[in-house]
Design a protein around this ligand. Structure first.
Ligand SMILES: *Cc1c(COP(=O)(O)O)cnc(C)c1O
Length: 374
């Protein structure tokens, strides 16, 4: 078969290990999954109520326009309905944007390491990929400006960034946006927006008014706790939305996703509660890192990237055998780190206790090695 040449160089997305497979493999009863930045507190109770009512609608296609969700979200965000586009997760929006703008003659600029799907979709479209290394875990926006060339169609900005958890302060972002040529689409992926507590974070929705080449992506998979239902959205100038719409599948967001997301938006108390508990959880991790002299990036998300100065796969494996699934930094571009999702207070205590045991084991090993060399 005459496959696109580049697709043969790709491997499918490697998700974190599933709870069921780890239970079986290591004969464990309880597993805590802190690998995919899911919400440890589930979702708003009002979502469950909204879904119950519609269990008889399975034979009917979803509303391709997502009218009810669109109206609810437009009101909540204070935007017009035609300034929104919905995706089967924001992953789907990354795919739609790539499909609409990238081709073998086009180039696209992104940070490295960052969220893997920008690169993945660019490879499939055959575009030229220009990756600009992070500096201290943060986007090098000046470097990204320099990487832009005459063929650049998309610049990807992930703030807060996955997997570092770092964010771009307002003054840096706006001075960057001032300099990007207006015929290049800037995609600001804010999957963790609702977790941000930094004072100098921006109102990105307002920025889409000032910068007509900016699209903001957000998701219901993270703080809203609806990852299984797959709903993401983009906010941009209506001309951008209009141009992207034909690349979207007609029924890409399912009925239950639409219902759940609309109900979730209306329960901002749940969101606030999760945001607060997440801050407290991050503090547990910060304390541990400081007590043990481990370096980490201060996080504006619900995960933390911690450097253990040993092969990240070793830390991953140690935790796995104790029933905690995390992400090794190896596949994420940080070979000596692990990325851990902030869980409930108790889950955090559990994984930190296991990490304490790991560090103790490392210490006895290094004593052993010194002994041998005497
Ligand atoms: C989780 C994540 C997404 C994907 O979210 P979905 O809406 O579930 O597809 C997108 N971008 C970043 C940076 C993420 O971490």
């Amino acid at each position: 078969m005459r496959w696109k040449e580049k697709i043969l160089t790709l491997t499918p997305y490697q998700p974190g290990k599933s709870i069921e497979s780890v239970k079986k493999e290591y004969n464990l009863e309880q597993i805590v999954k802190l690998a995919s930045n899911e919400n440890p507190f589930g979702c708003s109770k009002s979502v469950l109520e909204a879904l119950q009512v519609h269990l008889n609608d399975l034979a009917i296609y979803p509303d391709g326009y997502a009218a009810n969700l669109r109206e609810t979200l437009a009101q909540f965000l204070q935007v017009e309905e035609d300034e929104l586009i919905f995706g089967n997760g924001s992953d789907n929006l990354i795919q739609i944007i790539s499909r609409a703008l990238l081709h073998p003659g086009a180039s696209t600029v992104m940070a490295a390491p960052t969220f893997s799907q920008y690169r993945h979709n660019a490879v499939i479209e055959g575009a030229i990929i220009k990756e600009v290394p992070l500096i201290n875990g943060e986007h090098d926006l000046d470097g990204m400006l320099e990487a832009i060339d005459d063929n650049t169609n998309i610049v990807w900005v992930c703030s807060p960034n996955n997997p570092t958890g770092t964010y771009i302060p307002e003054n840096k972002l706006t001075s960057f946006l001032d300099k990007v040529p207006s015929n290049i689409l800037v995609v600001l992926d804010e999957a963790y927006y609702e977790y941000v507590t930094a004072d100098d974070y921006y109102n990105s929705i307002d920025l889409t008014r000032k910068y007509e080449n900016l699209i903001v992506l957000r998701t219901f998979s993270k703080i809203y706790g609806l990852a299984s239902l797959r709903v993401g959205y983009g906010v941009a100038n209506r001309n951008i939305i209009k141009a992207l719409e034909p690349a979207r599948e007609p029924f890409n967001v399912n009925t239950f996703g639409q219902l759940a997301a609309a109900a979730a938006v209306k329960d901002q108390n749940f969101v606030e509660e999760c945001k607060l508990k997440n801050r407290q959880g991050l503090q547990q991790f910060y304390n541990f890192c400081e007590q043990n002299n481990l370096s980490y990036y201060p996080s504006q998300t619900n995960f933390i990237l911690i450097d253990f100065n040993v092969d990240g796969d070793r830390v991953f494996q140690f935790l796995l055998e104790k029933g905690f699934i995390v992400r090794s930094g190896k596949a994420l571009g940080f070979p000596t780190a692990v990325r851990i999702t902030v869980g409930s207070h108790e889950q955090n205590e559990g994984v930190l206790k296991a990490l304490g045991e790991f560090l103790a084991q490392l210490k006895t090993e290094s004593v052993g090695v010194q002994g041998e060399s005497v």
